[in-house]
Design a protein around this ligand. Structure first.
Ligand code: SF4
Ligand code: ZN
Ligand code: ZN
Length: 319
């Protein structure tokens, strides 16, 4: 944490300097700053009616814990929602069990029901087992697809109106930049928040999309959440890391770049969804249903298998 002057709001010792706004803030006012943007995003991204269920996808990491804790705070302050959490146990030895334990401890403290989904039960094998038979494949490719399926299936089964994730400003700017650089605007259009309902797909919301990684980390530290812990042994996605570094350099040289990238993405998305009739005009029409598991699928033919079922077939699993 960095000092070097008083808080802009109250003059107490500042714990951080926000470069893109030029403000120094103390711990209380940093929390207030994060809460304010979080609540604004919840208002913008949702249409909440009494007793709507919001499920939070928790990973045991700081961002999803911050997401769950601020939503809990909003509920306690009178937002008329039901709140539950889902964690996916991919079956990664030495990594996931500890995170599941942390998530369970926090959910117990906050009186939030935690649902545990596992690859083992849902697709028929743990990630460790899959990777032992596919040593040349990138674990994250399987993991991302199966995790999305687990989360959507459980959230839908519970009747959730929204699935909230802990993606922060850095995560979303990085995904937008990657999709843009690879020319995959259709994929960029699928990044949440989802502002229209697609049958079978629980809309995702990202209340932290306006909050940078560093501020999420400070918030978690102030709140006393566990932020250390083991790294996923498969996390060597060099491509993603390249974009993270690039984004960091751009932000250092030009504070506010991440916000601008998200703003550009939002403008492109509104063009894609409203005015362009040759790329993706309406995802609800473009998505079919997987004939095997019934999950929504973006495949070009209406009876195409979803990516999860394709992987399950290739891997010879039961699902
Ligand atoms: S780093 Fe990759 S394999 Fe590990 S949890 Fe994340 S997506 Fe899954
Ligand atoms: Zn202050
Ligand atoms: Zn399927």
């Amino acid at each position: 944490m960095s000092g070097g002057g008083g808080c802009l709001k109250c003059g107490r010792d500042a714990i951080t300097f926000i470069r893109y706004s030029g403000a120094r803030l103390c711990s209380d006012h940093l929390k207030e700053f994060v809460d304010k943007r979080f609540k604004k995003q919840v208002r913008l991204q949702t249409d909440i009616k009494r007793d709507d269920l919001i499920c939070v996808a928790v990973s045991g990491g700081k961002d999803s814990l911050v997401t769950l804790s601020v939503l809990k705070k909003m509920k306690d302050e009178g937002l008329p929602i039901r709140l539950e959490a889902i964690i996916v146990d991919e079956g990664i030895d030495g990594y996931r069990p500890e995170k599941v334990e942390w998530a369970q401890t926090h959910c117990d403290n906050w009186d939030v029901k935690l649902h545990i989904m596992s690859f083992e039960r849902t697709i028929g094998a743990s990630l460790d087992t899959i990777m032992a038979s596919q040593p040349k494949m990138a674990a994250c490719a399987y993991c991302g697809v199966f995790r999305r399926t687990c989360l959507n299936t459980k959230a839908r089964e519970l009747g959730a109106k929204y699935l909230a994730t802990g993606h922060n400003l850095d995560d979303i700017a990085q995904s937008a930049l990657m999709n843009f650089c690879s020319g995959d605007l259709e994929r960029m259009n699928r990044i949440g928040p989802h502002d229209h309902v697609i049958e079978g797909l629980v809309p995702r919301i990202h209340p932290l999309r306006g909050v940078p990684e560093k501020e999420c980390l400070l918030y978690a530290l102030i709140e006393g959440f566990e932020v250390e812990g083991s790294e996923c042994p498969y996390s060597v996605d060099a491509h993603r890391r390249e974009y993270l570094n690039m984004l960091q350099e751009l932000e250092d040289a030009h504070p506010g770049t991440r916000h601008s990238i998200i703003k550009s993405m939002d403008m492109v998305r509104s063009l894609l969804n409203g005015e362009s009739d040759h790329v993706v005009s309406d995802r609800s029409e473009a998505l079919g249903r997987c004939p095997t598991c019934g999950e929504p699928t973006g495949g070009s033919s209406p009876d195409a298998l979803c990516q999860s079922c394709k992987f399950i077939c290739e891997l010879g699993l039961d699902g």
